[in-house]
Design a protein around this ligand. Structure first.
Ligand code: KIV
Ligand code: ZN
Length: 515
């Protein structure tokens, strides 16, 4: 029997960005969108165009770049939102508008102050309005997980008649449990007379840690689209993790009547990219993409795996994109070998100039670190991509002195809008001293929300990848930096964050717009 297709709708760039602090610039969103396209995600929800000018531009940039996946924009059930989404998506090869209005009693009464009939009328109007821009319209009854099934049936029937081709059932507050949520989906598909004219989708939040379980229960009961995010990012406790949903369905083909068309070998590279851009580390014991997901510690397990891998492994690490820590390149490798290996990793350069810049960084790194791994190459490209169009601050040099019993001192020289200036400071540690020295020149007043260091590979000569999250006037930005010297990596990350704070064009966090 042939299997149905399970559509994967990724909302890392929209709901994922609603994780407090996970703001992304337009360029970063485009890079993630390209990685999702490479993974063959069916639909990419690129943002909420009405939320802010930055969000509009990010959706527009993704729509202009992505060719293989459908690009979607979110809109409340309001004309102005839908018009803005339609405009942002104008250049997409395949565009979808996702419009929503709440249907639960608590949301209708306390938030919308509307009667059920008014909500139904507005939902129908919104879908018809969205159809003026595209045939591909998705409708979500927000907080469906706490809505009355009878009312849901009425709304869904009406919006399908109005032209919605995807009906997404969100468990907005993560309140449902799998058996109940699966049953809700089954009932809706059974009871709505025109349900065969739409694809039923689910969008589950993880407040009780059940987002993936609820999504899978829905799939077993007829849902054929799952909305999810890389690494389970998202509002509050996050959304269903794409990698878990996809691999559960792929691994348990004996149970699921459908499968996705994803290239699962792109999962780990995509997870790393999202983690380094957002500064949200992946916990080591996270399913599929955690560093320990395929590591066997106990002797009994190791012995079993050596005898026959399936004794303790239900998936193959290479099928989700884990590679052996292989030394791939070294000091004497040429430009061609460099370009070829990156191509194998799915990374293409847009111009010869970009390739040359990345290659120059590679040579610098190879001088400091003799064994270059795939992970180093990926970090190097992430770094090369960090060069912002608008760079007010550039690091010229950093000198740090750290000695037992003495307070660390830092001296930093920055190029600020073309002028070189030097500042000094002490600090409680070398990183603190370096940040204070930079701040003595920049006087940004940014509040440090997060400082984190991750080693990219193992060994004491590994590169450290640093994330610095700064907040100023309500805007939140993440700065990244990588280097074999973690104090320099930290300074680079701090400066990257300062450049983003200084550039009004780059701030696109939807929570900070007028919505
Ligand atoms: O969680 C939610 O209800 C949403 C909707 C906009 C689909 O994110
Ligand atoms: Zn959501």
């Amino acid at each position: 029997m042939s299997k149905d297709k399970l559509i994967i709708f990724d909302t890392t760039l929209r709901d994922g960005e609603q994780s407090p602090g996970a703001s992304m610039t337009r360029e970063e969103k485009v890079r993630i969108a390209k990685a999702l396209e490479r993974m063959r995600v069916d639909v990419i929800e690129a943002g909420f165009p009405i939320a802010s000018p930055g969000d509009f531009e990010a959706v527009q940039a993704v729509a202009r770049t992505v060719r293989e996946s459908t690009v979607c924009g979110l809109a409340r059930a309001l004309d102005k939102d839908i018009e803005r989404a339609g405009e942002a998506l104008r250049d997409a090869e395949s565009a979808r508008i996702h419009t929503f209005i709440a249907t639960s009693p608590i949301h209708m009464q306390a938030k919308l102050r509307m009667s059920p009939d008014q909500v139904l009328e507005q939902a129908v109007h919104a879908v018809k309005k969205a159809r003026q821009f595209t045939d591909n319209v998705e409708f979500s009854p927000e907080d469906a997980g706490r809505s009355e099934p009878d009312f849901l049936c009425r709304v869904i029937e009406a919006v399908i008649d109005a032209g919605a081709s995807t009906i997404n059932i969100p468990d907005t507050v993560g309140y449902n449990i799998p058996q109940q949520f699966g049953e809700l989906i089954r009932q809706l598909i059974e009871r709505v007379p025109n349900s065969d004219k739409a694809v039923f989708s689910v969008h589950c939040h993880n407040d009780l840690g059940l987002a993936v379980a609820n999504s899978l229960a829905a799939v077993l009961n007829g849902a054929r689209q799952v909305e999810c995010t890389i690494n389970g990012l998202g509002e509050r406790a996050g959304n269903a993790a794409l990698e878990e949903v996809v691999m559960a369905v792929r691994t348990r083909q004996d149970v699921f009547p459908c499968d996705t068309e994803l290239d699962t070998t792109q999962i780990v590279p995509c997870s790393r990219l999202v983690s380094s851009i957002t500064g949200f580390p992946v916990q080591p014991n996270k399913a599929i993409v955690g560093a320990n997901a395929f590591a066997h510690e106990s002797g009994i397990h190791q012995d079993g795996v050596l005898k026959q891998r399936e004794t303790y492994e239900i998936m193959r690490a290479e099928d989700v994109g884990w590679t052996e820590n292989r030394i791939v390149l070294g000091k004497h490798s040429g430009r061609n070998a460099f370009r070829t290996r990156l191509r194998e990793l799915g990374i293409e350069f847009e111009s010869e100039e970009e390739l040359n810049e990345a290659f120059a960084r590679f040579k610098e790194l190879a001088d400091k670190k003799h064994e270059i791994f795939d992970e180093d190459l990926q970090a190097l490209v992430t770094e090369a991509n960090l060069t912002l169009e608008y760079e007010c601050y550039k690091l010229v040099s950093l000198h740090v002195c750290s000695e037992t019993g003495e307070r660390p001192q830092a001296r930093v020289t920055l190029n600020i809008n073309g002028e070189e200036r030097t500042g000094e400071s002490d600090g409680s540690g070398p990183v603190d001293a370096a940040f204070r020295a930079i701040e003595s020149l920049a006087s940004s007043g940014g509040e440090l929300l997060l400082y984190s260091v991750n080693n990219i590979t193992s060994g004491t000569d590994a590169q450290g990848e640093v994330t610095v999250r700064l907040k100023k006037n309500g805007f939140i930005v993440n700065g990244l930096g990588a280097d074999t010297d973690i104090v320099i990596a930290s300074a680079k990350a701090y400066i990257n964050a300062l450049n983003k704070l200084a550039d009004p064009e780059e701030r696109s966090h939807p929570q900070l717009g007028d919505v």
